[in-house]
Write a protein that binds this ligand. Structure first.
Ligand code: PMP
Length: 395
C-alpha cells in the first residue's frame, strides 16, 4: 500500500502546523504554567448570553436555520455593523452568518481565488491567513510591518507587492499579534490603492470593539473600517464575529458582510460545506448584539487595566514595547537580549513557567518579539510579570 503521507493533497502537505500549537505542546499537562499564550478571553461569555442559548435549547430550538443565518440575527448584525462602522448591509443578501471568522475567511478565499491568484496580507499576522489562502490554491504574499514603525502597514509597501495576479488585500486592524491600529491616513492610502488597481479588500475586524487610549493618555480610539471609506463598500468583504469582544469563542460564530454577488458566492460554499451555523449560537448572538454592550465595555475596561500593567512592567524591565491601540496582545521587542524569540520563549517557560508565544509563530516578520496575551486575570499577570522580570535579569 502507498504510504498514507503520499495520499495527502499537496497544498495540505505544504502548509506548516500552527507555531502556536507546536509551542503549546510544550505547555500541555503542566498546571503550574501561567499562560499568556492562547489568544482567548479568560472571561466566560456574559451570563445573559449563555442564558439565551440555554433557553433556546429548552424551547426545543434544535433545527437547521436558513443557510445565510437566522433572519433576526442578520437584522441585528446589520444594525450593529451600521452603528459601529457606519456602513449599511442588507440583511436579505449582504450578511452571511458563519462558524467563526475562521470559516468566513476560508469562504472568502475559496470564493474569490483561482489557482495562483495572490492575496497580499501584512505580517506578523494571525496564524491562519497564509494557510487559508494556500488551501484555496492561492498565493499568500506577505508585506512586513516593523516594530520600529509601530507595525503600521505602509501603503507604499503594499503597492510594491501588487502584481498582475493580485486579487485582494487582507487587513486585520486591530492586529493580532501586535495590537496595532492603522492610522486613518494610511488606511485611506491603502483604499486608494485598492481602487486604482481594482482589488478587493478582505477586512478582519474581529478586535474592533477592543480599543484603548483614554486610560493610558493616548487619544481615545474610534474604530474606522476601511469599508466605510469612499468607494470601498463595493469592494470590501468585512469579517467580524463574537469570539473576542463578547468572549464567545466556543460558540463558534462570526459573519461576513459584502455586496450580494460576493455574499452569494460565499453562501454557496457554506451551504454545501457547513449548511448553517449552530442555531443555539445564533440565538445567543442576537442577545449579545441587542443587550451585550455593557458587558463588552466592562471587559474592555478590565483589558485596559491589564494592558497598562503589562506595558508598565515591560518598561520597568527595560524591554521596549510599543503601546498597542487595540486587541489584547502586547508584542515586546526582545532583540536586546541577543537570542531568538523562540529561545526566549522556551527559556522563560523552563526557568519561570510563564508561556508567551515566539513572534515567529506569526511569520518571519515576528522575529525579535514575543506575544504576551493579557486576556488573563490581573493577579496572574502580576505574577507572570514578576517572574519575567526575574528571568530577564539572568539574560
Ligand atoms: N481573526 C483573527 C485576527 C483572530 O485573532 C482570530 C482568533 N484568534 C480569528 C480571526 C478567528 O476567530 P473565530 O473564533 O471567530 O473563528
Amino acid at each position: 500500500m502507498k504510504p498514507l503521507e503520499e495520499r495527502i493533497a499537496q497544498q495540505v502537505s505544504a502548509i506548516p502546523r500552527s507555531g502556536i500549537r507546536d509551542f503549546f505542546e510544550l505547555v500541555q499537562g503542566r498546571d503550574d504554567v501561567i499562560s499568556l499564550g492562547v489568544g482567548e478571553p479568560d472571561f466566560a461569555a456574559p451570563w445573559h448570553i449563555r442564558e439565551a442559548a440555554i433557553f433556546s435549547l429548552e424551547q426545543g430550538q434544535t433545527s437547521y436555520t436558513s443557510n445565510l443565518g437566522m433572519p433576526a440575527l442578520r437584522e441585528s448584525i446589520s444594525r450593529y455593523v451600521r452603528g459601529l462602522f457606519g456602513v449599511s448591509y442588507s440583511p436579505e443578501n449582504e450578511v452571511l452568518v458563519t462558524v467563526g471568522v475562521s470559516e468566513a475567511l476560508d469562504l472568502v478565499c475559496r470564493a474569490i481565488l483561482n489557482p495562483g491568484d495572490e492575496i497580499i496580507y501584512h505580517e506578523p499576522c494571525y496564524v491562519s491567513y497564509s494557510p487559508s489562502i494556500a488551501m484555496a490554491y492561492g498565493k499568500a504574499v506577505a508585506v512586513e510591518t516593523k516594530v520600529e514603525d509601530e507595525f503600521v502597514l505602509r501603503a507604499e509597501d503594499v503597492a510594491a507587492a501588487i502584481t498582475e495576479n493580485t486579487r485582494a488585500i487582507l487587513l486585520n486592524f486591530p492586529t493580532n499579534p501586535t495590537g496595532a491600529v492603522e492610522p486613518v491616513e494610511e488606511l485611506e492610502k491603502i483604499a486608494q490603492l485598492a481602487i486604482d488597481h481594482d482589488l478587493l479588500v478582505i477586512s478582519d475586524e474581529i478586535y474592533c470593539e477592543l480599543l484603548y487610549g483614554e486610560e493610558s493618555g493616548m487619544k481615545p480610539g474610534k474604530h474606522v473600517s476601511i469599508a466605510s471609506l469612499p468607494g470601498m463598500r463595493e469592494r470590501t468583504i468585512l469579517l467580524h464575529g463574537f469570539s473576542k469582544a463578547f468572549a464567545m469563542t466556543g460558540f463558534r460564530l462570526g459573519y461576513a458582510c459584502a455586496p450580494p454577488v460576493l455574499t452569494e458566492a460565499m453562501m454557496k460554499i457554506h451551504q454545501y460545506s457547513m449548511l448553517c451555523a449552530p442555531i443555539m449560537s445564533q440565538v445567543a448572538a442576537i442577545e449579545a448584539l441587542e443587550n451585550g454592550a455593557e458587558a463588552v465595555e466592562q471587559m474592555r475596561k478590565a483589558y485596559a487595566q491589564r494592558r497598562n500593567l503589562v506595558l508598565r512592567s515591560f518598561r520597568e524591565m527595560g524591554i521596549p514595547c510599543f503601546s498597542p491601540g487595540g486587541a489584547f496582545y502586547a508584542f515586546p521587542d526582545i532583540r536586546k537580549f541577543g537570542i531568538s524569540s523562540h529561545e526566549f520563549a522556551v527559556r522563560l517557560l523552563e526557568a519561570e513557567d510563564v508561556a508567551v508565544v515566539p513572534g515567529t509563530a506569526f511569520g518571519q516578520a515576528g522575529e525579535g518579539c514575543v506575544r504576551a496575551c493579557y486576556a488573563t486575570s490581573y493577579e496572574k499577570l502580576e505574577l507572570a510579570m514578576e517572574k519575567m522580570a526575574r528571568f530577564v535579569k539572568t539574560l
